[in-house]
Design a protein around this ligand. Structure first.
Ligand code: FES
Length: 101
């Protein structure tokens, strides 16, 4: 379950399995499909928001491989991006038709 790491006390995570954006990469360092999709769609600019978006999207797509644009928006809620305007992120995760809800 994605959490805001800055809001979780380290002691509360004791014994939990933690996955960060670095942990999503393949054993050979290859990008996770969400990372590749974001790159392919031009959805990464400064990259400040990207780890949270990648982790949140990977969690969503593990349970729902074809999310609607609204499902993507809900899954990414709280991940603020000051660069992309979210259009490219939505296209990367929900397909080109997501531009026009
Ligand atoms: Fe810069 Fe999202 S790419 S904040």
């Amino acid at each position: 379950e994605p959490v805001c790491s800055c809001l979780v006390m380290a002691a509360d995570a004791e014994g939990a399995d933690l996955v960060t954006v670095e942990g999503l990469a393949g054993p050979d360092g290859s990008l996770h499909p969400v990372q590749q999709a974001l790159l392919d769609a031009g959805a990464v600019q400064c990259g400040f928001c990207t780890p949270g978006i990648v982790v949140s999207a990977a969690h969503l797509l593990a349970a729902n491989s074809h999310p609607s644009p609204d499902e993507v928006r809900e899954a990414l809620a709280g991940n603020l991006c000051r660069c992309t305007g979210y259009g490219a992120i939505l296209r990367a995760l929900a397909g080109p038709e997501s531009e026009h809800p």
